[in-house]
Design a protein around this ligand. Structure first.
Ligand SMILES: Cc1cc2nc3c(=O)[nH]c(=O)nc-3n(C[C@H](O)[C@H](O)[C@H](O)COP(=O)(O)OP(=O)(O)OC[C@H]3O[C@@H](n4cnc5c(N)ncnc54)[C@H](O)[C@@H]3O)c2cc1C
Length: 374
């Protein structure tokens, strides 16, 4: 596989503390990578190219360590993900995978694990993601846990199959959860380099094929105590759940911004006829503004465990998925035939938009969760 280097030179390999770069510079460098290095690759990524060099470039800049700043607010990370998703949702999603892995490690009380992995994951030196779809669905009564484990000397022995985990490769990591025979749930970081872990190619998707997504088979994998994120997992899940869900808003915000842009781009030539369409770019932009305001407000306090806050997080996530699909649909109606040709990004954005609505927690799960809340 050909790996194209980003145009911009990396700024250094150490994890830059978020304050190391002037506040205005980091977003600008991320935008530069997105528009100069990522944009020409977006079509290849759509067809299956895994943009490892781009991800490492974001890591070099500190793009996965913004939420390590004091207070662990998530707004800057969401904004970075949005900037990337304006160009390519696959890469925005992989930014989410990596940022969420960092979020897991950051919030673990296992100091040995943190010492071993936090710095390298935050710097993008160790890439990876999260296999929490199945546990999230299990917790909310939709599925059964697919990874099973039992306590052994110095750790756990784990087996099972996860059908889809993204941002993976032979030496990548992911956060996962398994269940013991007595029903206890434990979260751990799983290393794909272990011979007990096999990555199996998935059949092609509608979009998102460049996201390094594999089925993961785990056969009697020994997970040492220094790879355990939380034992037991459930109190920890309450701590990380808002961050997990809120971070996904970056994908929606970026995609909707680009849909508004596409509608504006065709206004000079098609405005005379597009004016008859029911939804205009101003309508989508107004909805986007409201979503951004809510998400960035919620992102200030990701450790709020109140029911009221959680309900707002779940509602914002639901709106993000629905707004993505709506915005991409209306962008297609505005662009018309020129957006329908394979070379135009409008058709890619339409395919990508559905991913925001179906990735866990999917629209149907979010509606179930809301219906069960007080
Ligand atoms: C591109 C992509 C990337 C993903 N990345 C991740 C990730 O990084 N981490 C993660 O945890 N999850 C990942 N997922 C899974 C995702 O978050 C959802 O859990 C998944 O799409 C199923 O959600 P659902 O709401 O459709 O589930 P449901 O409608 O409840 O149905 C899901 C169940 O249907 C069955 N099923 C459906 N389609 C198939 C199929 N083609 N082959 C076999 N069984 C099938 C399986 O039993 C599965 O458990 C990814 C999915 C996709 C499409």
């Amino acid at each position: 596989m050909q790996v194209v280097s980003p145009v911009l030179p990396p700024l250094g390999s150490a994890v830059p503390p978020p304050a190391a770069m002037p506040e205005t510079l980091l977003p600008r460098r991320i935008r530069d990578i997105a528009t100069q290095a990522l944009a020409p690759l977006a079509e290849d990524i759509d067809k299956g190219h895994y943009p490892e060099a781009i991800l490492r470039a974001f890591g070099d800049l500190g793009g996965f360590s913004q939420h390590l700043a004091e207070g662990h607010a998530l707004g800057d990370t969401i904004e970075s993900m949005a900037t990337i998703s304006e160009t390519c949702l696959s890469t925005g999603f992989m930014h989410w995978c990596q940022s969420t892995l960092v979020w897991y490690i950051l919030n673990s009380e296992n100091e040995a694990l943190k010492a071993k992995l936090l710095k390298d994951c935050a710097a993008g030196k160790r890439l990876g993601g999260t296999g929490l779809s199945n546990p999230m669905k299990t917790i909310f009564g939709i599925e059964q846990m697919k990874l099973k484990g039992e306590r052994v000397e110095g750790g756990y022995k784990v087996k099972g199959l996860l059908p889809w985990v993204s941002n993976l490769g032979p030496d990548h990591l992911f956060g996962g959860m398994f269940e013991t025979p007595d029903g206890k749930r434990i979260m751990a970081v799983i290393d794909c380099a272990d011979p007990a872990v096999t990555l199996k190619a998935c059949e092609p998707f509608l979009a998102m094929d460049g996201t390094g997504t594999y089925a993961v088979q785990v056969r009697d994998l020994f997970i040492a105590d220094d790879m355990i994120l939380a034992d037991p997992a459930m109190p920890y899940i309450k701590k990380i759940r808002a961050g997990f869900v809120l971070l996904q808003a970056g994908m929606a915000i970026g995609l909707v911004r680009d849909c508004v842009r596409m509608m504006e781009e065709v206004r000079p030539s098609l405005g005379h006829i597009n004016a008859y369409l029911e939804v205009q770019p101003e309508d989508i932009a107004a909805q986007l503004e409201a979503i951004e305001a809510e998400v960035f407000e919620l992102a200030k306090t990701p450790y709020d465990t109140s029911d009221a806050y959680w309900k707002r997080v779940v509602s914002a996530r639901l709106l993000g998925g629905e707004a993505s699909v709506q915005a991409a649909h209306h962008a297609m109606l505005h662009c018309g035939a020129r957006g329908y040709v394979a070379a135009h990004r409008c058709q890619r954005r339409l395919r990508e938009a559905y991913f925001v609505a179906i990735v866990t927690p999917a629209t149907k799960q979010l509606r179930k969760m809301l219906s069960e809340m007080p």
